[in-house]
Design a protein around this ligand. Structure first.
Ligand SMILES: [Zn+2]
Length: 246
């Protein structure tokens, strides 16, 4: 895998929070590698010390953070898995994760999870940015741009209806709980209303579409032209919810 976003030479987390230069790349990184310090798999601009640090904090208690949550997944995945052979499907998933990771990391987001055919990203943690919702939207648009052309190319020749294929994205913002959860195996992740709503919005987004929650939309306000207000029915919610399609 190659990621154009993976360019920081020293760990951004260690530098921004402690002013300690932990070298991640280049010849000076060798002594760090020898003691097991390397780029984090959740964000290549963070190191494994940062990862362990927030895992240790989380083990004691979950913390509440202000964040923007982004979910993206491939529409029509079931259709695809029936039409494509396993190797082609694996290639499709790989490029999808790759393109999502690059887009998310370029905006300093944390690629928290890749589950099946979808990804979950968190913005404003642990790298803080006041404009985290704007960054999430920028990442979402980047994901759409990167995936649209590539999807068409990969899928040409399978006789599939291109209008049913593509990526759907859901975005919400607000107070989110970040910590280790789970009983059979613990998992470091974000949970709560915001995560839930972003996931539900993603599940009703059309291929090529980004659906923003009311809170995300209000944060961005007039900065967004050409957006469609829509009422959507979300699983687990009473009555229609307002969403903004981009
Ligand atoms: Zn670090």
């Amino acid at each position: 895998m190659s990621h154009e976003a993976a360019t920081a030479r020293i760990c951004r987390g260690c530098w921004e929070q402690m002013r300690v230069p932990i070298v991640l790349r280049g010849p000076l990184a060798v002594p760090f590698r020898l003691v097991g310090v390397r780029p984090s798999r959740m964000n290549p601009n963070l190191c494994t010390i940062c990862e362990q640090m927030f895992e240790r904090v989380m083990r004691r208690r979950a913390i509440e953070i202000e964040a923007t949550i982004l979910f993206a997944d491939i529409r029509g995945y079931t259709t695809l898995s029936q039409a494509m052979d396993a190797a082609a499907l694996a290639r499709l998933l790989n490029f999808f994760y790759d393109e999502c990771a690059t887009a998310i990391w370029l905006q300093d987001g944390l690629l928290n999870k890749a589950i099946g055919d979808s990804v979950l990203a968190i913005f404003n943690f642990p790298l803080h940015h006041g404009d985290h919702t704007r960054r999430a939207l920028a990442a979402a648009r980047d994901i759409q741009t990167r995936c649209t052309e590539r999807c068409k190319r990969e899928l040409a020749g399978y006789g599939l209806d291109a209008s049913e294929l593509g990526v759907g994205v859901g975005i919400d913002r607000g107070t989110t709980t970040f910590g280790e959860f789970g009983t059979t195996h613990t998992d470091l992740t974000a949970v709560g209303q915001v995560v839930n709503r972003a996931a539900r919005l993603q599940s009703v987004a059309e291929p090529g579409e980004i659906l923003l929650s009311e809170a995300a939309w209000q944060n961005l306000g007039e900065a967004l032209p050409a957006i469609e207000r829509r009422e959507v029915q979300l699983k687990g919610y009473d009555g229609p919810q307002v969403a903004y399609a981009y």
